[in-house]
Design a protein around this ligand. Structure first.
Ligand code: ADP
Ligand code: ZN
Length: 295
């Protein structure tokens, strides 16, 4: 099966072709400018490819309610020109194939659960710690949507007593994203994360916030595995700090092997590497194709 994948990001749109096993055959990258210009390149790329289905993992927030008049729109983004943009509608104008549409992090969660670090599990979380913090969830084999879609990057966390940084979230100040995203690290310490690599204090504080978030996700959703990616997690020494933080915070309350003895297999980096976003979109294409074929 020939599947088309679109990783729609605020900086770039990555488009590619792959198959139902998550193998990416080719890919291109298009800078995100205006919707008209960006989508013209996207449509041109797929025009002659004759894909059986398309999948789109998009930056958000997006409207995922199929009964809504604005289903498939990017909704209240601060990103110029893209506010209330009908991304799915534009694709449907050009391609009469099943098109799966979801958040970028939900796509990544589905991709990791099909082919990556959570393969074989019917539940997992995928968290990205980058320019923002986003989390996608697979639960009982399905992506979690609900009223809109979960926004687990903006949960409240307990401030460290010695941390006087106001927080960088324009909506909430010191929510998780406001305290622990890449831009939050840069604003707090006056340097980019990559330049702070050897400063243990930075990463202990980062892990302090991330561990709280993971504890909350574990208590609310009970995921069978947690995959954490994004630019900030390139600091690999964060993983043991975060794992230890989670074990300490849970304090023996969750009596499960994953937490008690196998935490390094429970909280893990992504397995799909540079293709994680595209594989996620392929997974959405595959899912939509299957749904349409059986309905
Ligand atoms: P995006 O979230 O925009 O898709 P990334 O996941 O690459 O992109 O996240 C970008 C953020 O991650 C920036 O704030 C950047 O400073 C930070 N970052 C990127 N690489 C590293 C690194 N090696 N160490 C620490 N922080 C990093
Ligand atoms: Zn926030």
């Amino acid at each position: 099966m020939k599947l088309g994948a679109i990783e729609a990001g605020g900086t770039k749109f990555v488009c590619g072709i792959g198959n139902e096993d998550g193998e990416v055959i080719e890919r291109i990258s298009i800078p995100t400018t205006t919707p008209e210009e960006t989508m013209r390149h996207v449509v041109d790329y797929f025009k002659e490819k004759k894909v059986n289905a398309l999948g789109v993992g998009s930056f958000g927030p997006v409207d995922l309610d199929v009964s809504s008049a604005t289903y498939g729109y990017i909704t209240s983004t601060p990103k110029e020109h893209w506010n209330q943009y009908d991304l799915l509608g534009e694709l449907k104008k050009h391609f009469q194939v099943p098109i799966g549409f979801d958040t970028d992090v939900n796509a990544a969660a589905l991709g990791e659960s099909l082919w990556g670090a959570a393969k074989g599990l019917d539940s997992c979380l995928y968290m990205t710690v980058g320019t923002g913090i986003g989390v996608g969830a697979v639960s009982e084999g399905k992506l979690v949507h609900g009223m809109l879609h979960p926004e687990m990057g903006h949960i409240l966390v307990r401030r460290h007593v010695e941390d006087h940084f106001a927080g960088s979230c324009p909506f909430h100040g010191d929510c998780l994203e406001g305290m622990a995203s890449g831009p939050a690290i840069e604003a707090r310490w006056g340097k980019k994360g990559v330049e702070l690599a050897s400063d243990l204090e930075v990463w202990e504080l980062e892990a302090y916030y991330l561990a709280q978030a993971l504890m909350n996700y574990i208590l609310v959703l009970s995921p069978k595995r947690i995959v954490i990616g994004g630019g900030v997690m390139k600091q690999e020494h964060l993983f043991p700090l975060v794992r230890n933080g989670v074990v300490q915070l849970l304090n023996g309350y969750i009596q499960h092997e994953n937490v008690l003895n196998q935490i390094e297999r429970y909280i893990v980096p992504p397995d799909l590497g540079d293709n994680a976003g595209l594989c996620g979109a392929l997974a959405l294409a595959r899912q939509e194709y299957t749904i349409k074929k059986t309905s």
